[in-house]
Design a protein around this ligand. Structure first.
Ligand code: ADP
Ligand code: F6P
Length: 471
């Protein structure tokens, strides 16, 4: 078994299988923030990524991506249901996102979640070099840090949560709250997107485990001290800038605008089709603007990209039906022949097409009800080389704290959302340029490499691991 000094453990690998149009298996880059972020930094770093490649049954053998080795994990049908669709995405996901949908507590799922976490821990323990670093990612694998500590006491263990960590009153609803907390506390450093999440975690450790916490959220429990902190994740700014500068991408952006009928304004949203993303609230606001006559289909077009996600989970299927019904209603009521009010695209796109879409958009509408970070907002900013364009951004995204020059909005307040959309559409170009320049300046010094270095340096204070990142 080949070993690496840096091993990342995440539910999803950076590539997953998806059916090609002819039904054959096709490998493509996984959509989703975690895969985008880690793929960007690891593709040139000698490391191993332990994760699942989508699908059920035997684990496929995947070729390395540059110097990154992929160690695939198999999931059985029953594990997919209990671990991924069940405990991870029907219990933890809604609970961690402010319970915007009702979390489901199903006792049988816990056993499967624990079992899959154990298998991931064993696989990771096999491939890490003596004295190496294991970096565990996200809510799917919360038990892995503690399991690894038992299997490999010689290595440094990091844990990073990409999604929000809820306030104690919500976390306390979890029937297996103590095990989940202890699982995370197996790490040497527990990282979050926002300081409030680290604070929630520390409060829970005190309340449930009698831990002691110092001013900077260091947690001492059972004689060990665990460090915590906020490390806001980011994007590969250079990659998005390079894509946006490519002549074929610029040409494609012009083509897209022409295909949209050369409207005065293009509004764009790009999300996984997820109930946390606030797609329905956004459609309501847009539909009311059309109804009130404050937006005209002739001169304004909305594009909603909603990439399919977690389609076997009931809430996601119901959401898709509701959204598609609503898009149909809005187009039926306000569209004209050859001029739909909303262009709805339920498909994955490659990075160049996304960059072209970002360049086409005069107003980028990012309005989740809750989001750990939201990388789409950052990608839009990185793609706007001429500093034009407006970003309408929910206050409930992690990135709202960083992109303060966006048009910030509470997506639950539909009237406020309508007014903010209009303000962004009508804004003075000089004001937009000032806002965009400020956001671009922030991103240029806070990209994905800054994130990875900050986290890994905090984990391994010698700086030895961070120095290995080849970027
Ligand atoms: P989440 O992690 O909840 O999916 P983020 O906004 O943080 O949300 O990350 C989404 C990532 O997925 C971004 O990098 C974005 O470019 C990518 N993505 C979103 N929609 C698509 C799509 N239709 N095709 C390909 N990639 C997509
Ligand atoms: O960023 C949050 C996240 O849940 C990641 O952990 C995940 O990879 C991504 O969204 C996409 O979700 P999924 O892996 O379920 O398709």
């Amino acid at each position: 078994m080949r070993q690496s000094s840096l091993v990342v453990v995440a539910n999803r690998l950076p590539t997953d299988d998806s059916a090609a149009p002819d039904g054959a298996c096709e490998w493509r880059r996984s959509p989703g923030g975690l895969a985008s972020a880690l793929h960007a930094i690891l593709q040139q770093t000698p490391a191993t990524w332990v994760g699942w490649a989508g699908g059920v049954g035997a684990a496929p053998t995947l070729t390395d991506i540059g110097s990154l080795r992929l160690r695939t994990m198999a999931l059985s049908e029953q594990e997919l249901r209990g671990y991924y669709e069940g405990f991870a995405n029907s219990t933890l996901w809604p609970l961690y996102h402010d319970a915007v949908e009702q979390p489901v507590f199903h006792r049988g799922w816990w056993e499967t979640y624990s079992e899959v976490n154990r298998r991931f821990a064993e696989a990771a323990a096999e491939v890490v070099e003596p004295g190496g670093v294991l970096w565990v990612q996200d809510y799917h694998l919360q038990l892995v840090p503690e399991l690894l500590r038992r299997l490999r006491p010689d290595v440094l263990i990091g844990f990073f949560l990409h999604v929000p960590f809820p306030p104690p009153e919500l976390f306390m609803q979890l029937p297996r709250r103590i095990e989940l907390l202890r699982g995370m506390l197996g790490a040497d450093l527990v990282g979050f997107q926002r300081p409030q999440a680290a604070h929630n975690f520390a409060q829970l450790a005190v309340k449930l485990l009698g831990a002691r916490v110092t001013a900077n959220d260091q947690i001492t429990v059972d004689g060990r001290t665990v460090r915590t902190g906020a490390f806001p994740v980011s994007i590969d700014v250079a990659e998005m800038q390079a894509l946006a500068a490519r002549p074929d991408v610029r040409e494609r952006a012009q083509q897209l605008r022409a295909d949209l009928g050369r409207p005065r304004r293009v509004l764009l949203s790009v999300d996984r089709l997820d109930y946390t993303k606030g797609i329905e609230h956004r459609l309501t606001a847009y539909s009311e603007l059309l109804h009130d006559g404050r937006v005209k289909v002739r001169d304004t077009v909305m594009v909603q990209v909603a990439v399919p996600s977690r389609e076997q989970v009931e809430n996601y299927r119901v959401l898709r039906d509701r959204i598609e019904g609503e898009v149909g209603r809005i187009n039926g009521e306000y569209g004209r022949v050859g001029e739909p009010a909303i262009h709805y695209l339920n498909q994955p796109f490659d990075r160049a097409e996304l960059a072209a879409l970002y360049q086409t958009a005069d107003v980028m509408v990012v309005t989740p009800l809750r989001d750990g970070m939201n990388l789409v907002a950052k990608e839009y900013v990185a793609a706007r080389a001429d500093a034009s364009g407006a970003l309408v951004l929910s206050e409930f995204t992690g990135c709202a704290a960083e992109l303060e020059d966006a048009f910030l909005v509470n997506p639950h307040d539909v009237d406020g959302l309508k007014e903010t959309l209009l303000r962004a559409m009508e804004a003075d170009p000089a004001d937009l340029a000032r806002r965009m320049a400020a956001m671009r300046a922030h991103l240029s010094s806070h990209d994905i490499v800054t994130w990875a270095r900050a986290y890994l340096t905090a984990l391994d204070r010698t700086g030895r691991v961070a120095a290995r990142l080849r970027r």
